[in-house]
Design a protein around this ligand. Sequence first.
Ligand SMILES: Cc1cc2nc3c(=O)[nH]c(=O)nc-3n(C[C@H](O)[C@H](O)[C@H](O)COP(=O)(O)O)c2cc1C
Length: 401
Amino acid sequence: MRPIEIKKDIFWVGCVDWNELNFHGYSIARHGTTYNAYLVKDEKITLFDTVKAEFREEFLEMLSQVVNIEDIDYIVANHLEPDHGGLLADLVELAKPEKVFCSPMGKRAIDAHFHQENWPIETKKTGDKISLGKRTVEFVETRMLHWPDSMLSYIPEDKLLITNDAFGQNVASTERYADEMDRNFLKRRMTEYYANIVVPYSPVVEKTLKGVEELDLDVDMIAPDHGVIFRGKEDVAFAMNSYAEFASQKPKNRAVVVYDTMWHSTEKMAKAIVTGLVDEGVSVRLMHLKSYHHSEVMTEVFNAGAVIVGSPTHNNGILPLVADMLTYMKGLRPQNKIGAAFGSFGWSGECVKAITGWLEDMSFEIVDPVKTKHVPDATALEQCVELGRAVGKALKAKIDE
Ligand SMILES: Cc1cc2nc3c(=O)[nH]c(=O)nc-3n(C[C@H](O)[C@H](O)[C@H](O)COP(=O)(O)O)c2cc1C
């Protein structure tokens, strides 16, 4: 692909990764991603971020189409994760920039990744500004959105906000702008990204959105480091409003029933629970963990107000895929959920206690569990339907709070 001029003398110089399948446990199978970097041609030629190291040749070729690499004066490292900082050392070597700008935490990240003492690093805090000539760059630190080093760069003369991973979406496409993409597809990719990466930092998202409002930043383009760019006031508002909605984590009238099973008893219970939820007017996703990756489950969990988790008792505990999913979910700290456990057992029956413990650790509002010795009979299945109804009622009450 060629560089794209997104504003006068500002170029997208990223790489499209059509084949990436998995980001640190977050499956992006079939959608790929992009690593976006931006080059500003001003009196000081400035590069914002780099790309993943595997794309070295492609990235250097991309840059060479708009600039002599050795003419780059400044590099801004908004985020040091290797999909954006992967070629920083190469660029410092090739361009010999006058300055490398990063946040104070970015300096620590550069030290820990590159172990270089002689780079011309200058740290910038929220509110600090630099001049590129005709343009200014203002920095806004966004610690833990989603790494300690993360920051935003704002160019007021172009009303452009370069946001590193915030507002990103894992999607490989020839389209570069949000308005060229189907809106529902885009929202889905934004939701997945938020649910699998950003959700634990929702308080920082709320603070950042408030900060952008208080600083009265006039923005008509948001350029993230993954996926498409939001251009025009309408799409900027769409991106900001989507993040405000995501960060609020308001419970929705949807439930996820997620489980694993060895001999299908827990599965029979799961289906009866779905019946009870549907009786109460709740929209349900039933997800067998042998069919769904934990990140697909997480996106549904994020979109749901209730999560009902099932496992048979297995060696005095729960099945490994259920433990895997609970570990992943707990790390992402979803808020405002109703939770319940269910499962079949043979003799000792620890499954529901173990699952309930996980759900309590995540501060879910707990509805009493159901466990069944081996194959559920009609009475046991009716208890499962009742569990679904009880969760549906608790969810309704929570939504009305
Ligand atoms: C390898 C294995 C280990 C098991 N360990 C336990 C156990 O520690 N305690 C228990 O109560 N049941 C145990 N069970 C019995 C299962 O929980 C029981 O068969 C249950 O009905 C299976 O539910 P499912 O049909 O959903 O797989 C075990 C079963 C298997 C196959």
